[in-house]
Design a protein around this ligand. Structure first.
Ligand code: JD2
Length: 250
């Protein structure tokens, strides 16, 4: 996968990428990530990327021209992108489904906005999609771009060591993860659920399913509507919902 990230704060993006799993994947050649300084695509002496908003009002707006020129350069050097993602608080919610979709593309560009936002012509005529990583306001698109890059790239085959752990994990199936423990078996007098030490693989699998369903029901019940459950998980869910109802009555 070829990934280009366009920003006025390249170091803010380069450092986390280099330190993470994605840096190692890039080093092995599985991923080809390039961070581009938006100011390199200006044509004035002061490398200006922002301007005052038409219609007035506070704050500045990221200019359209440097962003269009950056994507033109990426197209020339790397081939036509399959997606040009604009990060913004107005975007569609980014979730695991979007990460999976983007992970199947060969060339992706992510544009990081700043200031009060970007010229609307970027949204309408340059970006192919607009995504938001959550309902809170950041100071710019860099952290959102890193979140998207991380979630997408780890789904590219060969980026994470074990492909199996990627397919079996939490959001793929729509349930929260079960609890994990490692050695020692007793830590500051805190134990580990005995079933995990028992060596009974079938019982361990059942316990994990039960805990995953229990946590999801307690913390994120809205996920259950879309979750793909097997017979055992459905049985456990029914059982937990019955005990919950009884608890509510008494
Ligand atoms: C951004 C800003 C509009 C006030 C470019 C914020 C985002 N989930 C998310 N929260 N915030 C962002 C985000 C993304 C890009 C920009 N700002 C600051 N914009 C109103 C402040 C500028 C995502 N994705």
């Amino acid at each position: 996968m070829k990934l280009d990230i366009v920003t006025i704060f390249p170091r803010m993006v380069e450092v986390p990428l280099a330190e993470s799993l994605l840096g190692r994947a890039a080093a092995r050649g599985v991923l080809d990530v390039r961070v581009r300084d938006l100011r390199d695509y200006t044509d004035d002496r002061h490398r200006v990327v922002d301007d005052v908003p038409y219609g007035g009002g506070p704050g500045m707006v990221l200019k359209a021209e440097p962003l269009f020129r950056a994507v033109d350069a990426i197209r020339a050097e790397r081939g036509a992108p399959d997606a040009v993602v604009l990060t913004s608080p107005q975007g569609r919610p980014f979730a695991h489904r979007e990460a999976e979709r983007l992970s199947r593309l060969e060339r992706i560009v992510i544009l990081c906005g700043r200031y009060e936002g970007v010229d609307e012509r970027v949204r309408e005529h340059l970006a192919t999609e607009e995504l938001s990583i959550g309902d809170y306001v950041l100071t710019g698109g860099e952290l959102a771009a890193l979140v998207i890059a991380d979630a997408v790239a780890r789904l590219v085959p060969g980026v994470v060591g074990d492909d199996q752990s990627v397919v079996s994990e939490s959001f793929v199936r729509g349930l929260l993860d079960f609890p994990h423990y490692t050695r020692p078996a007793e830590f500051r007098s805190l134990g580990v659920p005995p079933v995990l030490l028992s060596g009974h693989h079938a019982e361990i699998a059942r316990w994990r399913k039960r805990e995953a369903v229990r946590r999801t029901l307690e913390r994120r019940p809205e996920l259950l509507a879309a979750a793909v459950l097997d017979d055992e998980e459905r049985r456990v869910l029914r059982e937990l919902m019955e005990t919950k109802e009884k608890g509510a009555i008494s």
